[in-house]
Structure formats: C-alpha cells, structure tokens
Design a protein around this ligand. Structure first.
Ligand code: BMA
Length: 313
C-alpha cells in the first residue's frame, strides 16, 4: 500500500480554474492575480486583466457562492489613469483588499507600473463602483504590499516588498494617515542558498487577524535552470508588534502542481492576492501561471496548528 497520502493544508476546488479569459465580457490576454472581499452576501474579486497590449487593469467580478456564476463589470472597473497618475503608465496590477473596520471602507494597495519600475499605490472604495485614489505611497522598486485592518498602537501599518542589493525581503511601514509612511523595518528576510524561498520573497494576500497573531501567507521565488517557481509559505506576526516575526514555515505549503498552475503565460506560478474567511474556512484566490484564477480552501485552525510546529523565526 502506498503511504503517499499526505494531506495538503490547502485543498484545491475540484472545478478549478474558476475564471478563465474566455469567461470575460471583453477580449483580453489573461486574467489572474485577484484580490478578494465579502460584501452584502457576495464574494467580490478585484481581478487583474492583462489586455492584448500587455497593460493590466482591474475589473470587479461578483458571485454569491464565490466559485461560480461570476458577474463581471462590462468594462474595466479600475483602468490605469496615467494622465492624472503618471506612475500608472504601464498599468495597475496585483491588488490586495483590506476592509478597514474604523471607516467601514475597503482599501486596496496595488502595483502601479511606472517608467521607473513598479511602486505601491493605494485606493479606497465603499461599494466597488466608485473609487478614490490616494496615489503612490511607496517609491519603486516596491510591490506586494497590503494593509492591516486596524490601527496598531495608534498607527496604520502596511507590509511591503522593496527590492534591494541584498535581495527582496518583506518590510513593514507605519503611518498616521495612510498617506505618509515611515518607520520602515524588515519583518522577514528571504533565505539564501538552495531554499525554496531564497533571495526573493513577497507578501501574498492581506494579513489575517487571529488571536494568536497576524497570519501571513507569502511567496518564495526559486530560480532554477528551467525558470522560476512561485510557491507559498506561512508565517505568524506578533499582534501588538507586527514587525516581530513569531513563526515561519520551513517548507513551502502550496506550489504549482496542476496543469493550470504549471503552464500559461508564466509557467509554474501560484500567486494569491486575496483570501476571505467563512467560519473556520479560509478561501484562497490565486492566479495560476499568470493565465487564470483558481481557488483553494484551508481551515484556519489547521494553518495555526501547522505554524505551532514551525520554528520560532
Ligand atoms: C510577480 C508579479 C506577479 C506575477 C509573478 C509571476 O513579480 O508580477 O504579478 O504573477 O511575478 O509572473
């Protein structure tokens, strides 16, 4: 008998991928990396669509059950606006939504692809119909940012991922007003050498509150002779001081295994930008091979239990 029946923490939805380019109401190159939120009994995905020029925009998709019958906005919901925001010259990408309890509004970070490289921009909405831009908040080269849902010791906090001489690591920044960010500190470094998360890591979806700490899912980018592989690991940050890393998985817990994750515009990529909680279940929405959107579920308690057995840091 095979003993090869390891239980995965995240279980793929049987009918993945849940959204492909042909589902869209207009022509495009690909649909992928989507942010996720729940609003008025619906799952909202803010999906990244790359048009046939190569420029990305964001479009809203709504579904009651979060896996089928998606209603798409008929035109790009959040197109780049380089006339007023020059940093959006080559598109807007990879949003991460955080519902801010204090203002009852959804804020989302996104990557603005500027002439000088990708940078972190911020926008706000209450209904996913009208949007207010807060502009560029962090200089290039920086991406993979997401806000925490509440003030921490009086200040807003955001994880982000600048690219530096030593590699690409996850940092934290603080702000009194969501506009001006400072007090930058490294939270988690990319490992080195042969590790799956050597040299380049980045935050995946927004941080999730748990009584035991902020639950973090991050991607590691392994460079191989055959190209790069994007895989995911877990970490836990201190609730009161999220600059403090409590636990970090050694092994990756989710990686490209299915055809729709292994083959596409960019092979071997799983890239989540959003997850939502429904009871104890966490639903993870991720881009597969930069070409489709897929979903996988896990139990929050299983993720925390797994982390308890991971080393401190
Ligand atoms: C990253 C981002 C993601 C993309 C990934 C794999 O740097 O650009 O949007 O999914 O690369 O191509």
């Amino acid at each position: 008998m095979s003993n090869n029946n390891f239980q995965e923490l995240f279980v793929r939805y049987a009918k993945n991928p849940i959204i492909i380019t042909r589902d869209l109401p207009y022509q495009a190159n690909t649909v992928f990396n989507a942010a996720a939120a729940r609003m008025e009994g619906q799952t909202i995905l803010l999906i990244r669509i790359e048009d046939r020029r190569g420029i990305s925009h964001l479009t809203v998709a709504r579904s009651r059950d979060g896996v089928s019958d998606w209603q798409f906005d008929l035109q790009p919901t959040f197109p780049p606006d380089p006339e007023h925001y020059p940093e959006e010259l080559w598109g807007v990408e990879d949003p991460r939504i955080t519902f801010m309890e204090e203002s009852g509004a959804f804020y989302f970070t996104y990557t603005a692809y500027s002439l000088d490289g990708p940078l972190v921009a911020l926008a706000k909405t209450k209904d996913f119909k009208q949007f207010e831009r807060l502009g560029a908040v962090l200089l290039p080269e920086n991406k993979d940012a997401a806000l925490f849902p509440q003030r921490i010791n009086g200040r807003w906090a955001m994880l982000h991922r600048p690219v530096l001489h030593s590699g690409a690591h996850i940092w934290i920044a603080f702000s009194p007003d969501l506009k001006h960010w400072g007090d930058h500190q490294i939270v988690m470094r990319a490992r080195t050498g042969g590790w799956w998360d050597a040299n380049k890591i980045g935050l995946s979806p927004q941080p999730l509150y748990t009584p035991e700490g902020w639950l973090i899912l991050y991607h590691g980018v392994r460079v191989t002779g055959g190209g790069v592989i994007y895989r995911l690991g877990l970490a836990l940050l201190d609730l009161e001081n999220p600059a403090r890393l409590l636990r970090r998985s050694q092994e990756w817990i989710f990686g490209p295994m299915e055809t729709y994750e292994q083959h596409g515009d960019v092979d071997n990529v799983v890239f989540p930008c959003g997850w939502i909680e429904q009871g104890d279940e966490v639903r993870l929405y991720y881009g597969g091979a930069d070409t489709c959107i897929a979903m996988a579920t896990a139990h929050k308690n299983d993720l925390l239990e797994y982390l308890k057995h991971c080393p401190e840091k």
